[in-house]
Design a protein around this ligand. Sequence first.
Ligand code: HEM
Length: 347
Amino acid sequence: MDIPNTSPTRLERDTDASWSRAAPWLPVALAILYPWALRAFHAAIATGSTAGAIGAGLWLAVAFALPLAGLVLTLVDDPLPAVGTLGPAARRLGFAALAAPPLFVLTGVVAGLLHSPVRDVWIWPVAWILAGVTASLARSPDAPAPTRASGRLRVVHGVTGALILLFVAFHLSNHLTGLFGPEAHGRIMKAGRVIYRSSIVEPLLVGLLLFQVAVGLRLAWRWSAGRMDLARTIQVGSGAYLAAFILTHLNSALVSARAVHGIQTDWAWASGAPDGLLLDAWNIRLVPHYALGVFFVVAHLFCGLRGVLLAHGARPAVVQRVWWAGLGLAAALSATIIAALCGLRLG
Ligand code: HEM
């Protein structure tokens, strides 16, 4: 009996390989365009006209859409018939493109700290092109989803996350009080600093965060070796964003502002005073950076909660509703804190 030959022909294999080399360039393109969307925002708002303000709003939407498209890419997995499936390397670059907002802040701050003669907008595309070349040379095929082998790492990640949550809950509540002005924010921060900036808690907090980033990246690497569903994609994507956000934020606050420039890390520093976050050409990058930082930290927690509830036999339909509510809460909290940082006041 003739057995049908279902294995790909040499031509099909070659075509597949060349297209999988093309796939990483999609997230690279998204990331390279990101700073230009911010520039276009600033150019539009600087005109001071109504048309300029509308244009600026559209460019800001593009600046948010570009990194988020990186996440969508990893979810769709075969985004364009001509590009073929993503594969692990391009999928990971998709997550890196999602983290473009903190990575671009980090590039700018580090370039400043090193007194780089080359501006961040030029370092940025070169770094992404190098990442694209590396990813298009990688040939690892999709792997099956990780099994129980990563179970212990996940428990450690959850326990450390619960400890960090104590600080993050205070920190974000503190930023909400910015709605009542810098003085109200400063009073709460001063009270909190007695604990989180104490000689015992601060090194512990920073150590836990760095440990969390290392374990989180390890887990994200394993999961991103294969295809993922929506919830897992958001969990891994938010984790990748947070890893970049935490390293960037610690570098900005602890290293650049406090240690090197001796700047007070208060509301004025966070909100880019005196020009503010929207009107300054450098500060505008902090808007997507902070907004997605707040969104993803809450979203990531609800992804973790979803996994715990499902593992304990909760009804999937209820768990799904809790998860969507968590994402809604994350978006509302993020929008409110950003509005406060941009000047919204209650009373
Ligand atoms: C809108 C978003 C955020 C803004 C505006 C912001 C602002 C700030 C400010 C002003 C400080 C200095 C605090 C001080 O001097 O006492 C700070 C420190 C810090 N932030 Fe944030 N933050 C944001 C989000 C986050 C998130 C999501 C995390 C965690 C994932 C985080 C983690 C930290 C840590 C660990 C420190 C260092 C605390 C210390 O030891 O002084 N921040 N942030």
